[in-house]
Ligand binder design. Structure first.
Ligand code: DX5
Ligand code: ZN
Length: 217
């Protein structure tokens, strides 16, 4: 399978959000990555339902919504109504993760689980059969433009071995500090989805950068 590219709108120009969404629509990107932060689970606040609804109105590709919020269980149906197609929750925020994942699936979204850089991928072993994707943070969540953490390659490889054994259809998504310099190595290690925020939107030619992330050229 060819890997997917998901530009993160966190680094888009919010005063010209429509233009940036249209740029992603016509690019080789596969998904819109939408980061929701609550100022509680992570030390930053991004955007919520009304913005996501508006993004959904013009986006022609699925919305991959990454929840960096405490108590995500309270809002699963709201995110569905806002337009989420893929919905990921942090392992660290869900004491009843199996139930949360079932709820997400019941709402007709693809369930994903996210882990922070310090958490061992082994934690995911028992939930792997129930989810569609794992999002491995390659920075500490909360901000765009941070430095990629090198141990991510080994973590992907470890998760790749585990999914072959338990759930070969699982997607591995990597988020944080991804750029055209490390994309090939990430895909080689086993990544299926590359999230890139600043590498795309802070580049001179975002469409071309998306193409490079897609073709690994
Ligand atoms: C960080 C977010 C990322 C962020 C990535 O907490 O989850 O999706 O937008 O930004 P870059 O690609 O700039 O590291
Ligand atoms: Zn994200």
């Amino acid at each position: 399978m060819q890997h997917l590219v998901a530009p993160s709108l966190l680094s888009a120009d919010f005063l010209n959000l429509k233009q940036d969404i249209e740029l992603v629509n016509r690019s080789k990107a596969d998904l819109f990555h939408v980061d929701v932060m609550d100022g509680h689970f992570v030390p930053n606040i991004s955007f919520g339902f009304s913005i996501i609804k508006q993004i959904k109105e013009i986006a022609t590709k699925p919305l991959d919504v990454h929840l960096m919020i405490s108590n995500p269980d309270l809002y699963i149906s709201d995110f569905r109504e806002a337009g989420a197609d893929w919905l990921s929750v942090h392992y660290e925020t869900c004491p009843h993760l199996h139930r949360t994942v079932q709820q997400i699936r019941k709402m007709k979204m693809k369930p994903g689980v996210v882990i922070n850089p310090h958490n061992n991928v082994e934690l995911l072993r028992d939930i792997l059969p129930y989810i569609e994707f794992v999002l491995l943070m390659s920075v500490n969540p909360g901000f765009g433009g941070q430095h990629f953490i090198e141990s991510t390659y080994q973590r992907i490889a470890k998760l790749d071995a585990m999914r072959r054994e338990i759930n070969p259809d699982l997607f591995i998504e990597v988020d944080g500090g991804v750029d055209t310099g490390n994309a090939s190595q990430l895909v080689e290690a086993g990544a299926d989805i590359l999230v890139a925020g600043s590498a795309v939107f802070k580049s001179g030619d975002p469409e071309q950068t998306i193409r490079k992330l897609k073709t690994l050229s």
